[in-house]
Design a protein around this ligand. Sequence first.
Ligand SMILES: [Zn+2]
Length: 354
Amino acid sequence: MKAQVSGMGGWWWRFTDYVIDDTPVSQGQWPITHGYIRPAPDARLEPYQVLIGSDLDLVEGQTVPALDHYQTLLNLNVDDDAAIVSWCRQYGLLGILPQTSIQLRLAPRWRIIQLSAGGGTRRALSPCQTIYVRTPAGWQGFIESTGWDHMMWEGNEESDDTLAEPNAGISPITPKALMTGLFSSTYEEMRLGEAIGPFFPQIPMAERDTTEYPHPLSDEFWNQYCEPLAEFRWAVKDFQTMIDNLSHAGPMFEVPPRQWSAMVQGRDQLNSLLSISPGFDYQVDGTTSATWTFPSLLAIFAFEIWEKLIGGQSVKHCKRTNCRRLFLTAQYNRDYCSDRCRQSEEKARQRRRN
Ligand SMILES: [Zn+2]
């Protein structure tokens, strides 16, 4: 049943259209960044399924040969703004922030909470932090009271939902983010605004630490989330370098030491993107099917490459001098990325012979 659509893949989000917004935005201590990729005005948000590991794909009820999605990122010229916008129309944004954030701890706000006291319940105001955590089942959000010390018992209801500013009575509770590097497994705790503010350029600098950011990957999140053009370009270039690092031919004992260190780097980069969780869901007929939770589009593409690598494929450079494109293949003697390259090299050989 090789032709069956396997349905293995992940859900991602895209808008029907994107634009590159060139309005300069001050990044505080960082240099001014020009250019954000954001949804076009009036663009519609739609979740879609990126199917991988199948020979056939399902498009509008028709089965068509499945694309290697990662290949579109390899082929993307990041210096061509129009090409980037067109790619985003097909796939959406890369998900750099959801891929690199682990836990987001927002600025404390006054919230009304119910407490049991003396056999009944009592309302109180407490500084509470919204916390978002990336879990194997996706992003979970919860609200945590900062404790008994700062509670107010009566007559303060109008403070509900306002910022709990640090003052004499409240020890400062900093909004923080636990972040990891893109293509690396290092972890760092950062100020919230510094870590995630650059992805929400419409929020003024002064409010980046204290904004009540939306639940990651929610519709509200996507309506506000942008990717800085520079970050997008770096991510795509690093993705291309990662696959380049993985390229080799033949057994390990023939690999020169410098190439071996590139391969190790490529392996670590790919592994860092594979923060993916398997799960399952019930089908209408009572059977079960596999589901996968991916933090980002980059993770879905990394999973696609992983699937090919463990399936016996290896990364190669096309032998045609004018192409040199990276591709994955299970055929150890395949030298060209496509029939087109193979044929054009054969023709060139014939011309040289004649
Ligand atoms: Zn080629």
